[in-house]
Design a protein around this ligand. Structure first.
Ligand code: MCN
Length: 792
């Protein structure tokens, strides 16, 4: 009997290769390529007066210098605005090279191509750009004050203003027995993948085709953009994603300026051209996120039931908006978490600032949303003197209320309807795991020893598996091996393993006989991409459907060969056999040969199959409805997102003298529906929790008032190392399957990061006895807060 693979903690098949240094990342490719260096703006806001390249022309090995005036056709237009939204009334995107104005330090102004990077950098250094500095708008307060404008034609720096309301929140607030107001802030941060951005392009003059390798989360998006910008057919552009050393949302953007400029140069020069971003460039010219200020008003009754909730927030969108309003819209809808809010009004403004652009970073607006909502829950509990967990459970949507329609519009433009989840069961599990009911005793004992300890709890719901579609292709080879392809890309999520598990179950073949390819438009040309925790739901479902199609055909063909009914067949260990009839069997490889009208093969592995076919001269030809080959292709397109959920608790200890914040325990209860691979999901949760800890305690983009990023290196931008992580992240799973897809899956890739700021703010507040309202929080900030509270 073949063991079922879905649900098993299978070790990742990717790891032996990656862990032994055999991975092939972008910069490992193209040893023959000439290289690019970019001249970037040193000003946060300035007019370009002149670009003098004379001195650069003398650099030996220089091949080309491009400024805006060298761009023509669609390349001279601003980069596309992805995912437009009616509320985005003042969308502005950047030109591939700045035209007459720069709007953040790091904006690309000139591209230099030379025989190697050294010479490209030498030439770049000799280019003199004259600027007229303009007053920069740095930070949300400056953007709101609007003393200066980022874009002259955008009044008040307001790119978008959006309101959604269910019920009458003002009336509910006015009549509620109790009412609280909170001001809550989260600072700007960023995903910082170990591998920075990079792109390599080769132009083939004979076939007039472009081949592009790029470190991306969206290979098909890059292909579409490059084809459009260079005036090529989609079919003339191939995009291949090599190993990607992390993306975390940064590489969701498409195209980056370099992704269209490098192929342009490759075509013009007839040389392979490569760009590899350095670390400082990554900080100042890729993307950031998180910066938001929130004003919450909440009305509730004596048991803490929410009656009315009104949230206004301001979102720092940076200098341009390439990625629509995805982040603030996610905040505005996912803020509700597992709760029924009563009447709800949410309103946000997206504001331009003279800082790096904003695109979704793992969690995408949810860490801020959960922080705002969970701080509100804690405030209600403190006000009423209630247990923090009880206030939450009093407001939970109950399992028998699923599907639950919030009567709001979600980020994908569809109704915000939760499909599944059992929040009371999750909370019970978390309380048991962390010892919630024993906490008061633990805390009292610790306090008696002069220690400051605190516990925090935070709940979240996450829309995952967003559409519109993803596809899968499953091909059974004449060797009996199976090749699987899907168009989305992988950045370390273990897709090769998880997708192979799905196919192993659907086809009854060993995982070692399955090869999975992602992010290669030659293998699968249609796809959306890897973001929003969607790969498992979208490609996992599509691949399962494709495998089912391949299986159905295998059974049809084998039924002919075995003179049996297809319904009486099963596939076990790669053999199609008649149930209950030992000996009547045929290998899948043989079935693949039989599915090929030529019915002969030259390779050794297929010889036996050929003989089998020749020995059955009366075999029916490939049935009329079938195409030759043993393969299946299918697409999965959900009616709406499926909603994962989880709850985290952390116990911290703060040093009474130094205000150092130590993590004593970190507990997670997580529900991503049916688990394909618990080991991978736990790895994803661990990585996410690490980023959540970073967001809560360390990571922030420290801009000065001139818009210069002060910490654009790993020396200065603090991240949690293994030494800052808790010794263990304790995880318990709850599996409430999604009814929306064939495998009952919900996404898991972002979950770990989402409650980070909320849960730490709660725990530190509990330890200190005053409320934390701005994140991240460092020991020195905690120290100052203590002094301020003592002075009161
Ligand atoms: N999985 C599973 N069972 C489930 C759900 C998921 O076994 N019920 C597995 C999947 O098969 C997949 C992994 O968990 O191998 C994550 O699946 P999913 O939730 O579908 O998320 P995606 O694969 O779409 O990954 C995207 C998500 C996002 S949005 C960011 S950002 C992120 C993340 O994943 N960036 C990452 N995890 C990352 N992990 C690494 N190493 N590097 C990144 O850049």
């Amino acid at each position: 009997m073949t063991t079922r693979m879905v649900g098993e903690p299978v070790r990742r098949v990717e790891d032996p290769r990656l862990l032994t240094g055999a991975g092939r990342y972008l910069d490992d490719l193209g040893s023959d390529a000439v290289e690019v260096a970019m001249v970037r703006s040193p000003h946060a806001h300035a007019r370009i007066l002149d670009i003098d390249v004379t001195a650069a022309l003398e650099v030996d090995g220089l091949l080309a210098i491009y400024i805006y005036e060298d761009l023509s056709g669609p390349l001279a237009d601003p980069l596309p605005l992805l995912i437009p939204h009616p509320a985005l009334t003042h969308g502005r995107t950047q030109y591939p090279l700045a035209r007459d104005e720069v709007n953040y330090v790091g904006e690309a102004v000139v591209m230099v191509v030379a025989e190697d990077r050294y010479r490209a950098e030498d030439a770049a250094e000799r280019i003199v750009v004259s600027y007229q500095a303009l007053p920069p708008v740095v930070g949300l307060q400056a953007a709101r004050d609007a003393a200066h404008l980022v874009h002259e034609d955008v009044p008040g720096n307001v790119a978008a203003h959006f309101v959604q309301e269910v019920g009458d929140a003002s009336a509910a607030l006015a009549t509620a027995p109790h009412r609280l107001e909170l001001d809550l802030g989260v600072e700007r941060s960023a995903g910082t993948p170990l591998e920075t951005r990079g792109v390599l392009a080769r132009w083939d003059d004979d076939s007039q085709r472009l081949r592009l390798w790029t470190s991306t989360q969206t290979s098909t998006g890059v292909r579409a953009a490059v084809a459009t910008k260079l005036g090529l057919d989609l079919g003339s552009v191939e995009v291949i994603t090599p190993d990607v050393g992390g993306g975390f949302g940064v590489k969701i953007m498409h195209p980056w300026p370099e992704e269209v400029l490098v192929p342009m140069a490759a075509r013009a020069l007839g040389r392979a051209v490569k760009f590899t971003e350095d670390r400082r460039e990554h900080f100042i010219s890729s993307a950031h996120e998180r910066g938001q200020l929130h004003k919450v008003e909440v009305g509730f009754d004596d048991e803490g039931h929410l009656l009315g909730l009104s949230v206004r927030f301001w979102h720092d969108h940076g200098a341009y908006i390439p990625y629509g309003l995805i982040v603030p819209i996610i905040t505005s809808t996912q803020l509700l978490g597992p709760y029924k809010p009563g009447a709800y009004r949410v309103e946000f403004e997206s504001l331009y600032t003279n800082t790096v652009i904003v695109t979704p970073y793992r969690g995408a607006g949810r860490p801020q949303a959960v922080y705002a909502m969970e701080r509100t829950m804690d405030a209600i509990a403190n006000y009423l003197g209630m247990d923090r967990a009880d206030v939450r459970s009093n407001n939970f949507i109950q399992p028998d209320e699923m599907p639950y329609d919030h009567k709001l519009i979600f980020q994908d433009g569809r109704p915000l309807v939760y499909d599944s989840g059992d929040f009371p069961a999750s909370l019970d599990k978390l309380k048991k795991l962390v010892g919630w009911d024993e906490w008061a005793e633990f805390k009292a004992d610790a306090q008696a020893e002069g220690r400051r300890v605190g516990i925090g709890l935070a709940c979240y719901v996450e829309g995952t598996g967003v559409g519109p579609y993803e596809g899968g292709h499953v091909q059974i080879e004449t060797t009996g091996k199976v090749k699987v392809a899907t168009g989305l890309t992988s950045q370390g999520q273990g897709h090769q393993t998880a997708f192979a598990q799905i196919v192993a179950d659907e086809l009854g073949v060993a995982m070692s006989d399955i090869e999975v390819v992602t992010g290669d438009t030659r293998r699968f040309p249609y796809a959306v991409g890897t973001f929003a925790s969607r790969a498992a739901v979208m490609s996992g479902s599509a691949i399962a459907l494709a495998a089912r199609a391949a299986r159905a055909k295998a059974l049809r063909v084998a039924a002919d060969a075995l003179e049996a009914n297809a319904e009486d067949l099963e596939i076990v260990d790669g053999m199609v056999r008649v149930k209950g009839s030992p000996g009547a069997e045929i290998g899948l490889g043989t079935v693949a040969v039989l599915s090929n009208p030529l019915r002969y093969a030259f390779d050794e592995a297929s010889k036996a199959a050929t003989q089998f076919a020749v020995g059955h001269p009366d075999l029916a030809p490939v049935a009329d409805e079938d195409e030759p080959g043993l393969e299946g292709r299918d697409y999965y397109s959900p009616i709406r997102s499926t909603f994962a959920n989880g709850m985290h608790a952390v116990i911290v200890e703060t040093d009474p003298d130094t205000a150092e914040i130590k993590i004593l325990r970190y507990c997670v209860v997580h529900d991503c529906g049916r688990l394909i691979n618990p080991l991978i999901v736990e790895g994803q949760v661990h990585g996410g929790v690490a980023q959540g800890i970073g967001g809560a305690l360390y990571e922030r983009m420290a801009y000065d008032e001139n818009g210069q990023l002060q910490n654009a290196s790993f020396m200065d931008f603090l991240m949690p190392y293994v030494s800052e992580m808790p010794r263990e992240i304790e995880i318990d799973h709850l599996e409430t399957p999604s009814p929306l897809n064939p495998l009952g899956i919900k996404g898991a890739g972002e979950a770990g990061v989402i409650p980070g700021s909320a849960v730490f703010a709660a725990a530190i507040s509990d330890a200190e006895g005053f409320e934390i309202t701005s994140m991240p929080i460092s020991p020195s900030e905690l120290f100052s807060l203590r002094q301020r509270h003592q002075a009161r």
